[in-house]
Write a protein that binds this ligand. Structure first.
Ligand code: GRF
Length: 242
């Protein structure tokens, strides 16, 4: 079996940042407010939340919100002093009512951006449009390939050479919003979907925090035609195992 050494990927070499000196009056960086929605472990959320530990970071995690009280990521966040909230989807008669309740909770935290990180509910157009241009998702495939579920098994089944993950703006269409950045790896001919999922998750943990940093520094814009522009960022693709 081919073994790829992800430790050899030096993200710093392929991602360049511009130095942004727009500090506020106290010489502290202006922070962007993020709310993260999860349904389970929240390992992506954990990697994003760790960005806020850096004193020069512009990332402020306002809350972690879940549709499941049992989501392990809630405990992780609460133990670190991050506000948490649960909106249990089973208590609502339809998707619209759940999404309206979810939106009311999210809005209380006044987010600049809402990040979906393993949030396993399909959101209604009402919710998506309320946060248009500010709602971001990570999906475990190289979109537009393999939207939906079971992406790793489907990638292996299709015999693709490359697979990975995408961070994208959320639109009404499931897993089809404008892509901000992607990370890719070579698919081994012998690996299982579980092994591939594990390797892609490592890339997710690198990619999503990078995009959140860009958002916090106003380096990502989305125009009315759905075109994403990255300012001062040289590459929107990381993590090839070649
Ligand atoms: C990730 O693979 C993400 O891409 C997908 O669900 C998984 C969530 O993992 N949407 P975690 O909850 O962040 O650990």
């Amino acid at each position: 079996m081919a073994v790829y050494n992800l430790a050899t990927i030096d993200v710093a070499k392929v991602i360049m940042f511009v130095t942004d000196s727009s500090l506020n009056q106290t010489n502290k960086p202006e922070k962007k407010r993020f709310v993260i929605l999860i349904s389970g472990l929240g390992s992506n959320m954990q990697h994003i939340a760790q960005l806020a530990n850096d004193s020069s970071s512009r990332v402020s995690i306002q809350a972690v919100v879940s549709n499941k009280a049992s989501a392990a990521g809630l405990d992780w966040a609460a133990r670190r002093g991050i506000e948490t909230a649960v909106v249990d989807h089973r208590l609502f008669s339809d998707r619209e009512k759940f999404d309206q309740a979810l939106a009311r909770v999210v809005v209380k935290f006044e987010p600049d951006y809402v990040l979906l990180a393993g949030f396993m509910r399909i959101l209604t157009p009402g919710f998506v449009n309320q946060f248009k241009g500010r709602l971001i998702n990570i999906h475990p495939s190289l979109l537009p390939a393999f939207p939906g579920l079971h992406t790793h098994a489907r990638a292996i089944e299709a015999g693709v050479q490359r697979h990975g993950c995408s961070v994208h703006f959320v639109t009404d269409e499931l897993d089809y919003g404008p892509v901000i950045a992607q990370a890719a790896l070579e698919v081994s001919t012998t690996e299982t979907p579980e092994q591939l999922a594990q390797r892609v998750l490592v890339l997710e943990h690198q990619l999503y925090p990078k995009v959140v940093q860009w958002l916090s520094r106003d380096q990502v814009t989305l125009d009315d035609n759905g075109k994403v522009t990255l300012h001062g960022v040289s590459y929107r693709h990381i993590g090839t195992s070649e």
